[in-house]
Design a binder for this molecule. Structure first.
Ligand SMILES: NC(=O)c1ccc[n+]([C@@H]2O[C@H](COP(=O)([O-])OP(=O)(O)OC[C@H]3O[C@@H](n4cnc5c(N)ncnc54)[C@H](OP(=O)(O)O)[C@@H]3O)[C@@H](O)[C@H]2O)c1
Length: 339
């Protein structure tokens, strides 16, 4: 059977997506980016992955966030991306902003983990082969390595960019002081850090409290928030129990025990507030992250096109009132110790 050739929606940049500048750079990112940590590995049906990816691009999502180890199995999310890229997206490559990372365990032995030059460069070469790309738009150090000299990790990022294998460099989950040194090193070597990636959502505000978000902003670095929905907690997914096909049911990165009746009770309050604002809980949770002007984009995960469309609905959300923000603060603080 010959498959229909994908043709991107003609109105993809007129369907409501908004774009924000990443720090002091030339790059605009869609307020909602699509992440591939879960739901795109070899266990996921290719037809569903393709449907979500097509819908994303058709609605102005130009930013796709991958990593070497996304799957499961490690590498298979990049393979899925590559399959769809070759069949559908190749003509649109220049309209896309594709990220990958290395920093976590990827292959056995001493060279498949953490932050050595050996690991970062060989891992990126593998990622490019899996995705069928000549270059990625941004390559991240996925985590701080306390045992490798910072200069080695950072110089590898600089060299990757100078070799043209990535257009920009980023760092993810680096602690505050090391981040400050990284911003300075990268700038001094003419590869300013484009993006800092970390978790930020109504329940987890560590990056605000630690000062990392402010440090990134002051360094002219954009910020992209991962798990903005707390892996699905901050949506309607668990308001009526734990669905068998949900991330909490898998009980791996999101523990089943996180969805207690106490948590659901708090989520119902957030859900009521969202309804009063005329939106879904997911839309409100994403809008809460995006209201901080230091945040460039939220990276969402989704296991269906319907979830994706719900998340995109956050763009153009009404402003929060002071009373709403105070209420969200106190509900978030009550949920935090429970999950
Ligand atoms: N740099 C890092 O260290 C790091 C770490 C983690 C993630 N990330 C990046 O951030 C991305 C997003 O992380 P995440 O997947 O944890 O994000 P998330 O958006 O907080 O959670 C995604 C999950 O929430 C549920 N969901 C999403 N939209 C929904 C909706 N509208 N209604 C109901 N449920 C909905 C789905 O759960 P079900 O699957 O149960 O349907 C989905 O898989 C990752 O894919 C990855 O690219 C980076």
């Amino acid at each position: 059977m010959i498959e229909d050739v994908y043709k991107a929606a003609a109105n993809r940049y007129d369907s409501g997506m908004e774009y924000a500048r990443a720090g002091r750079s030339g790059i605009l990112l869609p307020r909602v980016s699509l992440g591939f940590w879960h739901n795109f590995g070899e266990l996921a049906p290719l037809s569903r992955s393709k449907e979500i990816m097509h819908a994303a691009f058709d609605h102005g999502i130009t930013s796709f966030d991958l990593a070497n180890n996304y799957g499961p199995r490690y590498g298979t999310a990049e393979e899925t991306f590559g399959q769809v890229f070759r069949r559908s997206f190749a003509p649109y490559r220049d309209e896309m902003f594709i990220a990958t990372k290395a920093g976590y365990e990827m292959w056995p032995g001493p060279y498949g983990n953490w932050g050595s030059r050996k690991y970062l460069i060989t891992s990126l070469n593998q990622s490019l082969r899996r995705m069928g790309l000549d270059y990625v738009d941004v390559f991240y150090s996925h985590r701080y390595d306390p045992d490798t000299p910072e200069e080695e990790t950072l110089q590898a990022l600089v060299d990757i960019v100078k070799q043209g294998k990535a257009l920009y460099a980023g760092i993810s989950r680096w602690p505050l002081e090391a981040s400050r040194r990284a911003f300075a090193y990268l700038r001094e070597h003419d590869v300013p850090c484009l993006l800092f990636q970390d978790r930020l959502n109504i329940i987890d505000r560590t990056v605000v409290e630690s000062g990392v978000l402010e440090a990134a902003s002051r360094a002219g670095c954009g910020f992209v928030s991962f798990s903005p929905l707390a892996q699905g907690i901050l949506t309607n997914r668990y308001l009526g129990g734990i669905p068998a096909d949900s991330r909490a049911a898998i009980n791996f990165s999101l523990k089943t025990s996180s969805i207690s009746s106490e948590v659901v009770e708090q989520l119902r309050m957030l859900d009521n507030m969202a309804r009063q604002r005329g939106q879904t809980l997911a839309e409100m949770a994403l809008a809460w992250v995006l209201r901080d002007t230091r945040v460039t984009s939220v990276i969402i995960g989704c296991s269906s096109k319907e979830q994706l469309m719900d998340c995109i609905g956050t763009v153009g959300s009404p402003e929060f009132t002071t009373a709403e923000l105070e209420e969200i603060d106190s509900i978030g603080a009550r949920i935090r110790p429970l999950v």
